[in-house]
Design a protein around this ligand. Structure first.
Ligand SMILES: [Zn+2]
Length: 524
């Protein structure tokens, strides 16, 4: 039986992972992410794909692969596929027997470069992930801007208007995707959140939520260390042997031992193939999460009586936990947004054993930034957190009592504060990877300077004390990982430098198969 793996994203690029594994009749996608690098060549914050034209813009620009039958029918207008059938990478995947074009999509973790294009996927395809990965995506959809690009968990069905544009169907309910949780069943409250929460008061239709056992393939999964909780790696038993998929991994976070266990367990499977990420092949010794805490602690201590602002990624919960620890050590309260609390609550509903309910964390508080209008979920959350809320006036009165979690996107809110000059701004993010990010970083410096705060952790300042630990293992750690797993074939993914592996693995007996976009790699 033919076994192939085909890369439709994450091939020679960082993120946008979409790998189609085919074993006889069985078809699985490993991740279904957005290729931000390619997307940014055409779009920015204001110039977006047009929802009224469904999949047209994305297909025409090569941002999603032309695989007919794989996507939501309600995003396809009459005649759309005529433009793409027969074109580069085109394939008709639709099955005659009414089953979805693929049997399942496995999502490794809740970063958009791994799950973002689920929005366009046929809503009948079962998705497999950990509970936390699913619930983080759910929180992102509910608390984020509503857009057809972010219908990760439930879809807002569209239908053509008289003139042919695709419009949201006001009569149709939202539709929940069938989701299988790898790490066990939801509790009662978790189930209620999963089946009810949505962004507006529209109803939610729930198809059977137990897609059942994936009969056609045996697979295993492991939790791994990455910069978002709930991350996983997978392995599938094919007719050609085991195929393993790393997702995004590191060894230097607080859960590094998970990835070490993964290496041992994968080695035992003696895999035929390993698809391994390579985001930071060029870096050497990583900054650990513990070093971030150790570096930030004296800065927060020295800022006694003054405001501390902490700037880190929105779903970097480990960093949030690090700043909670810093708040505890320095007797401050960590103020976060409604979105942050909503995310933490969702994680705790997904897995109450691993994640404490945010209301049980005494150092955590809600910052009530002035807003013209609150959405229903925000109103409800603010009501519940009323006793733990701090206003701009509270912070202005006593800035030394707080660590305020802000980023460039909240910069205007700094203007509500008075008497915070002399405070510190801890930039706890990665360096700028493109021009747009570099411009944003300069904007941030301007804001910090304007507010008379002192910036720490500036990634462009070589002498700055590092305040960020990457989500990705550096080259030497990945090399050690691959040598330990010892696959027959290594497929480099999620990297701009796949040939690095050929050099490093020369003479080890591990063959390197560099994937090409849309071209199947035959395994048997
Ligand atoms: Zn990634």
């Amino acid at each position: 039986m033919a076994v192939t793996v085909t890369g439709y994203g994450g091939v020679g690029e960082i993120g946008g992972n979409k790998f189609l594994l085919e074993d006889g009749e069985t078809r699985l996608f490993l991740d279904f992410g957005t290729a931000f690098g390619r997307q940014q060549r055409f779009f920015n914050e204001y110039l977006r794909p047009r929802a009224a034209r469904g999949l047209l813009d994305l297909l025409a620009l090569g941002l999603i692969p032309p695989l007919e039958g794989l996507y939501r029918d309600d995003l396809v207008f009459a005649g759309l596929w005529r433009r793409f059938s027969g074109g580069r990478h085109y394939r008709a995947l639709r099955r005659d027997d009414g089953r979805p074009a693929v049997d399942a999509v496995f999502i490794s973790h809740a970063h958009l470069d791994h799950n973002g294009d689920l929005s366009y996927l046929d809503a009948n395809v079962p998705i497999y992930s950990t509970r936390v990965t699913a619930f983080i995506a759910r929180a992102m959809q509910v608390s984020g801007a509503s857009s057809f690009e972010r219908e990760l968990i439930y879809t807002n069905p569209r239908r053509p208007s008289k003139s042919g544009e695709l419009q949201a169907d006001t009569k149709a309910n939202y539709r929940l995707r069938p989701w299988a949780f790898l790490d066990g069943e939801l509790g009662e409250e978790g189930r209620a959140f999963w089946e009810r929460s949505c962004a507006s008061r529209k109803q939610l239709d729930c198809p059977p939520q137990h897609p059942g056992r994936l009969e056609s393939v045996t697979f295993r999964w492991w939790p791994v260390d990455h910069s978002v909780p709930g991350a996983a790696a997978f392995a599938f038993e094919t007719a050609a042997g085991w195929l393993a998929y790393s997702g995004d991994i590191r060894f230097h976070g607080q859960q590094g031992q998970l990835t070490e266990t993964l290496a041992k367990e994968l080695a035992r499977l003696q895999p035929r193939v390993l698809l391994c990420e390579g985001t930071h092949l060029g870096s050497d010794v990583p900054v650990t999460e513990q070093q971030v805490i150790d570096n930030a602690l004296p800065l927060v201590r020295q800022a006694a009586g003054r405001l501390v602002v902490a700037d880190f990624g929105p779903r970097n919960v480990e960093r949030l936990q690090s700043f909670l620890a810093l708040a505890q050590a320095t007797g401050r309260r960590l103020l976060v947004s409604t979105k942050d609390i909503y995310l933490l609550e969702a994680m705790s509903l997904a897995d109450p054993v691993a994640f404490a309910a945010p209301c049980s964390l005494p150092e955590l508080g809600l910052y009530s930034d002035p807003k013209a209008a609150l959405r229903p979920w925000e109103e409800e959350l603010r009501r519940r957190w009323a006793g733990r809320t701090s206003s701009p006036e509270d912070v202005s009165r006593s800035p030394g009592d707080y660590i305020l979690c802000f980023s460039l996107w909240d910069a205007n809110d700094l203007l509500d504060l008075e008497g915070v000059e002399g405070g510190i701004y801890l930039y706890s993010n990665s360096r700028a990877y493109d021009e747009e990010q570099a411009v944003d970083l300069q904007r941030l410096r301007n804001w910090v300077h304007h507010m008379q705060l002192t910036l720490y952790g500036d990634p462009d300042d070589a002498s700055a004390v590092p305040l960020h630990a990457s989500g990705h293992a550096p080259g030497p750690a990945l090399l050690q990982f691959v040598r330990e797993v010892r696959p027959q074939v290594l497929v480099p993914i999620h990297t701009e430098d796949p040939s690095w592996w050929e050099v490093q693995l020369a003479g080890t007996g591990i063959e390197v198969a560099i994937p090409q976009m849309g071209r199947p790699i035959a395994l048997a």
